[in-house]
Design a binder for this molecule. Structure first.
Ligand code: TRP
Ligand code: SF4
Length: 332
């Protein structure tokens, strides 16, 4: 079976953008590929090395969201990156063969550096570890000799670098050990935020997977609609309804959408009512997932057990691959 590796940094509770754009994709992939899904806690340290107080809980929160959305530990291997020390050793070997200018031209890293530089204080320096970000990501992927890597568009350059490093390793050590893994695009812009911009935790425009029905409904009431519409019997323009109608297109069925379009265009439907119904629709869609999320929240020892089992499994595979790598490099 072909293999997939993908990871997410432990950013805490995930939102609907993660669910629809990434996790739902993983859930489909786990039936047809040998999937390795992990929480990238070392990657979190590249910029947040001084903010670790919530790290453990953030890791559990991300994992609980995955499990609630249907990532299945009986199908996929789920683990925490730092539980697999073999990745750190592979990172070291790969760092030896990666030319410095390959990491320096990495566009995502350049962006991160720019953002850091614009901030005041301690975190504004770029540490050695951050420079290694794309090489560490390469180690994550090559550790399990992946064939495909599901990522967002912003991460594609990293996977390109992974391919370059894999090729260089094979050339330098005269072998054909590593696959050149290919990116598989996630659709991260599937759902926008409540304000019409990209949905993101730091933009305060997201709906969390784990939000309650009440919170969700309240947030939906703040979603942008057709801005030109002043009264509820004005004819509306669903296609210019920047957020609410877009959400209907995601969560509604064909009949809902047709009805709303007709009523909106003919001034028969007020935006407040429309959004009240939309809130119910989304809560209905999320009900099972949220129930599962609650179950894991109340049984976090089960979540930890799943991560430990996943780490054991991943580590066995990593150990055997690392053994071959050491022998190819001719380490002692
Ligand atoms: N850098 C990725 C992100 O920020 C997370 C990540 C780390 C990753 N290692 C990976 C993704 C390996 C895919 C494969 O989203
Ligand atoms: Fe959007 Fe619904 Fe208002 Fe029409 S009635 S503008 S679809 S929120």
């Amino acid at each position: 079976m072909q293999r997939i590796v993908s990871g997410m940094r432990p950013t805490g509770k995930l939102h609907l953008g993660h669910y629809l754009g990434v996790i739902d994709n993983w859930v489909k992939l786990q039936d047809n590929f040998d999937c390795y899904f992990f929480v990238a806690d070392w990657h979190a340290l590249t910029t947040k090395y001084d903010k670790t107080e919530n790290l453990k809980q953030d890791i559990l929160d991300v994992t609980m969201d995955w499990l609630a959305c249907g990532v299945d530990p009986n199908k996929a291997t789920i683990y925490v990156q730092s539980q697999i020390p073999e990745i750190a050793e592979l990172h070291l070997y790969l760092s030896m063969i990666t030319p410095q200018n390959w990491v320096e031209r990495d566009p995502t890293l350049k962006d991160m550096a720019k953002i850091l530089k614009s901030k005041e204080g301690m975190a504004s320096q770029i540490n050695y570890g951050l420079m290694g970000y794309p090489v560490l990501m390469t180690a994550d992927i090559l550790m399990f000799n992946a064939n495909f890597v599901p990522v967002g568009i912003d991460q594609v350059a990293h996977v390109e670098l992974t391919r370059d490093i894999a090729r260089r390793f094979n050339n330098l050590y005269n072998c054909n050990f590593f696959n050149e893994p290919q990116p598989k695009l996630n659709n991260c812009s599937l759902i926008c935020g409540l304000d019409g911009n990209k949905m993101g935790k730091s933009f305060n425009n997201d709906i969390k997977i784990s939000d309650t029905d009440e919170v969700t409904s309240k947030k939906i009431m703040s979603a942008i609609t057709d801005r030109s519409r002043l009264r509820k019997d004005d004819p509306g323009h669903p296609n210019e309804c920047e957020v609410a109608f877009k959400y209907w297109n995601i969560f509604g069925d064909e009949k809902d959408i047709e009805k709303i379009k007709f009523e909106c265009e003919n001034g028969l439907r007020g935006c407040a009512d429309c959004k009240r119904q939309l809130g119910l629709k989304i809560n209905n869609h999320m009900a099972e997932i949220r129930e599962k999320r609650k179950y894991y929240e109340n049984n976090q020892e089960i979540v930890k057990q799943i991560l430990n089992d996943g780490a054991t499994k991943a580590r066995n595979e990593a150990k055997s691959i690392l053994k071959e790598i050491r022998s190819i490099i001719k380490m002692y």
